[in-house]
Design a protein around this ligand. Sequence first.
Ligand code: GTP
Ligand code: MG
Length: 201
Amino acid sequence: MKINTNKAALLISAVRKEQYPATGMPEVAFIGRSNVGKSSMINKILNRKNFARVSQKPGKTVTINFYNIDDKLMLVDLPGYGYAQASHGERKKMTEIIGGYLSERRQLLQVILLVDCRHKPSVDDKDMAQAIKASGGQLVVFATKSDKLGKMALEKNLDMLIEELNLEDGDILIPFSTQSNEGAENFWDYIYDFIMEEEDE
Ligand SMILES: Nc1nc2c(ncn2[C@@H]2O[C@H](COP(=O)(O)OP(=O)(O)OP(=O)(O)O)[C@@H](O)[C@H]2O)c(=O)[nH]1
Ligand SMILES: [Mg+2]
């Protein structure tokens, strides 16, 4: 089944579960720290400029945004976690919004974890990686902003991420950049190989 990525529309920005769209479409959700590049990645893989709203300031996405892609796949842009400037109450609310979605969304087929290739993963990143595995899902990590590092430094940091996130055989780590386009094709290859394939069976 081929997906027409030109047919993309924001279905709804949701906070509460009652607001989640009532479709059975498979969902792929993007999760990671605030400012890691989740919304940017969605734009890149859809070949759009400012479709999913992006900001230099962390804490841009504060709702769960459901993007319907060709009535075949839903891309889900989650709010970021770990935004240092957020108040305790705001952080708690974000954790609840993210956790509520992850724990109960039955059509959620895959979580994509984004980490900044330049930095050591945070405790939250590590917890998230373990939670994805504990739930029985495949751990798929995109290391964002790979254009910010030279080739050697990137190789070194990918090794660092493998170690810090405890990546094992079967886990996937892909460098990604909105600037160099690195990783965008890999995303769709992954979707077709692992997600849509299962749907066709
Ligand atoms: N150089 C470079 N900058 C990037 C890349 N991806 C994202 N950015 C920048 O990083 C900043 C944050 O991007 P967003 O896509 O808004 O990040 P987010 O993870 O959605 O953030 P929240 O919505 O706050 O959780 C923006 O200034 C982007 O332009 C990349 O691959 N390379
Ligand atoms: Mg965002």
